[in-house]
Write a protein that binds this ligand. Structure first.
Ligand code: ADP
Ligand code: ADP
Length: 240
């Protein structure tokens, strides 16, 4: 089986600033990869390039054997337009540092919004799935609450459920616990650990080294836009 994500020779500039410098990476199906490194080293930019929130300047990314940003017809490649990129982006679910829930929608409405409005699936099919996801993140009793009534940890668990409702092939996490009060971090990490155990392919940018040590199959250390080291957690986390 080909890798879930293949990134080859990625470069990204912001003006003259070289944010990604020849980054190559493969993530297998079901693999959990943690990306660590100092602030500003390009971790977030790498995630954003993988799911096309940022354009890469050179290099290429394949997700599940599909070349990102292009459509192939015969032996010709066509660049995707914005709407097509948005559709392709649905193959990965992304969870950000800030929860990004819709404030005017209930928890349940937040979760079904993507499948119903974007994927145009029937509400009657989506609602039972959404309730099952809420159960999975331990928040079924909050289905009618609004985000402002929830703690940061609860909101982030809802954000994970909302991403999963779109049935992504992989999940990208960009410092999902960095904005949380310390006592709320573990409930979010527990949901992520369950997800990892269920076989989801995950790329997690995090400062939670305990999580990386226990859950990651592989850890990537980035500095100044480059991958400095890749290996099992015991190896990478013991050579800081
Ligand atoms: P990390 O996630 O490792 O903290 P980022 O990928 O967020 O690092 O950022 C890498 C560098 O690129 C930082 O110096 C940041 O300021 C810069 N950067 C990120 N996004 C932009 C942007 N849209 N425009 C200009 N500079 C950016
Ligand atoms: P993160 O929490 O991922 O490190 P940042 O604070 O670095 O987030 O960036 C938040 C947003 O601002 C991102 O969309 C990033 O691309 C953008 N950004 C970061 N640095 C710069 C910059 N120097 N100039 C313009 N945009 C930036």
């Amino acid at each position: 089986m080909p890798a879930m994500v293949v990134a080859v020779g990625l470069h990204k500039y912001f003006g003259n600033f070289h944010a990604l410098d020849e980054v190559s990476l493969e993530i297998q199906h079901g693999e959990v990869l943690c990306i660590i490194g100092p602030s500003g080293s390009g971790k977030s930019t790498l995630l954003r390039c993988i799911n096309q929130l940022e354009r890469i300047d050179s290099g290429a990314v394949w997700i599940d054997d599909e070349l990102v940003g292009f459509r192939q017809e015969g032996d010709k490649l066509y660049e995707l337009n914005d709407a097509e990129i948005a559709r392709q982006r649905l193959s990965s679910g992304m969870v950000f540092q800030r929860f990004n829930l819709f404030a005017h929608m209930t928890v349940l409405e937040n979760i079904i919004e993507g499948p119903v409005i974007v994927q145009k699936r029937a509400k009657s099919a989506v609602i039972p799935e959404a309730l099952a996801l809420l159960e999975r993140v331990g928040l079924k009793d909050k289905q009618h609450a609004y985000p402002s009534e929830l703690s940061g940890g609860q909101q982030q668990r809802i954000a994970i459920a909302r991403a999963l409702a779109m049935k992504p092939k992989l999940m990208l996490f960009d410092e999902p616990t960095s904005a949380l009060d310390p006592e709320l971090v573990s409930e979010v990490l527990a949901v992520m650990r369950d997800l990892a155990n269920s076989g989801m392919t995950m790329i997690v940018v995090t400062h939670e080294l305990g999580f990386a040590r226990e859950v990651a199959h592989r850890v990537v250390f980035m500095d100044q836009g480059r991958i400095i080291e890749t290996g099992p957690p015991q190896q990478v986390l013991n050579n800081p």
